[in-house]
Write a protein that binds this ligand. Structure first.
Ligand code: HEC
Length: 114
């Protein structure tokens, strides 16, 4: 009897942890969309004005933007910066396909200094 319990407890723990992990992870921050977001970031040349991990223009680093802004704020900044900051030097990207924008926002939201 004790042996069965000893065998079952780790199993239950594994299942419990697996379901917690799944519940906490929003669908859009999976590795594939982070990669896609990275691709959009470089395709749109955001690094002309921004730096991530020391690469790009050091004037406006985005390394901690995921801690500073909520995903919906990041989205708004990309689509229409002047609606967030009236005198913004950044141009908006209202023409990005929704899927690209989603991935880009997911990627930037994942950038947090620890
Ligand atoms: C021409 C330069 C330029 C380009 C290109 C540019 N940005 Fe920006 N961006 C800025 C500047 C400057 C700021 C900060 C102050 C402002 O808005 O003027 C900013 C701010 C931001 C912010 C808010 C950061 C914060 O800490 O509040 C985000 C998010 C952002 N940019 C994302 C992007 C993304 C994603 C791209 C590419 C699709 C991009 N930017 C392209 C110049 C640029």
């Amino acid at each position: 009897m004790r042996r069965i319990a000893a065998a079952l407890i780790p199993l239950i723990l594994v299942f419990a942890l697996a379901s917690v992990g799944r519940a906490e992870e929003p669908a859009k921050t999976d590795a594939a969309s982070l990669d896609k977001g990275k691709g959009v970031y470089s395709a749109q040349h955001c690094s002309m004005c921004h730096a991530i991990a020391g690469k790009g223009n050091p004037k406006t680093p985005l390394d901690d933007v995921g801690a500073k802004l909520k995903p919906e704020e990041i989205r708004k900044y990309i689509v229409s910066p002047k609606d967030v900051k009236v005198d913004s030097k950044m141009r908006g990207y209202p023409g990005l396909p929704t899927a690209d924008l989603d991935a880009l926002v997911a990627y930037l939201s994942s950038l947090k200094k620890k």
